[in-house]
Write a new protein. Structure first.
Length: 202
């Protein structure tokens, strides 16, 4: 059985948790409290030398880390969430790299700052830049979703899961999705999927 090293509020951890639920795969969930620096202990650094969750422990004892790599691994065993066509598979990667470079560093980090720092914290000064970057990513998503139900092809893929994780809680980072009807319709589509779980669901 897989073992997922997880922290419930984390969107990055939620990505594999959501996919495992959609695929109906049983696994053991291990809580790692990032606020108590539990990802930085010698015991955890053996699992992920980069000191971050999520990390997936495989049945053979190997560890896989980086949320989107875990999604690729779990989806690439003949599941509907990873296309077999090579161009479509590369487009899934395209959106997952976009998520890590142009989306998560803004929307996830703004959410982290608002959720975990008090108003006098010097990190609050980063918020303006984070909002600009986050809205730029939402603009790209809105434009792409015009006339489309999902990011790649006609069905939901791990590109959607990667982008859903922090977009659906973007309000907790101070983002207003009112001007993004395509994004909001897409979020509802994912939330209605059988097997969908909430980010707060263990
Ligand atoms: N690129 C990584 C980012 C992982 C990441 O930033 N994890 C955060 C929680 S969302 C973490 O473990 N932070 C604890 C720390 O840095 O000590 C991924 O997608 O998995």
């Amino acid at each position: 059985m897989y073992r997922l090293y997880d922290y419930l509020p984390s969107g990055n951890s939620y990505k594999p948790r959501l996919l495992l639920s959609l695929l109906g795969i049983e696994y053991e969930r291990i809580d790692v409290d990032i606020m108590k620096k539990e990802t930085r202990t010698p015991a955890f650094l053996v699992k992920n030398p980069n000191g971050r969750i999520p990390a997936l422990e495989l049945e053979n004892g190997e560890y896989l880390w980086e949320s989107n790599a875990i999604l690729c691994f779990l989806a690439s065993h003949g599941t509907p969430y990873m296309p077999t066509d090579s161009l479509a598979a590369a487009q899934v990667m395209q959106w997952m790299f976009f998520e890590q470079y142009s989306h998560e560093p803004f929307i996830a980090v703004a959410r982290f700052i608002l959720m975990h720092t008090d108003p006098s914290d010097p990190r609050r000064a980063e918020l303006e830049t984070k909002m600009d970057g986050g809205y730029a990513a939402l603009d790209v998503m809105e434009q792409h979703l015009a006339g489309r139900d999902y990011f790649v092809g006609e069905s939901m893929s791990i590109a959607d899961i990667a982008l859903y994780a922090y977009t659906h809680v973007a309000d907790e980072g101070g983002f207003d999705l009112a001007a993004y009807p395509g994004v909001r319709a897409w979020l509802r589509r994912i939330a209605d999927r059988p097997g969908h779980i909430l980010i707060t669901d263990a």
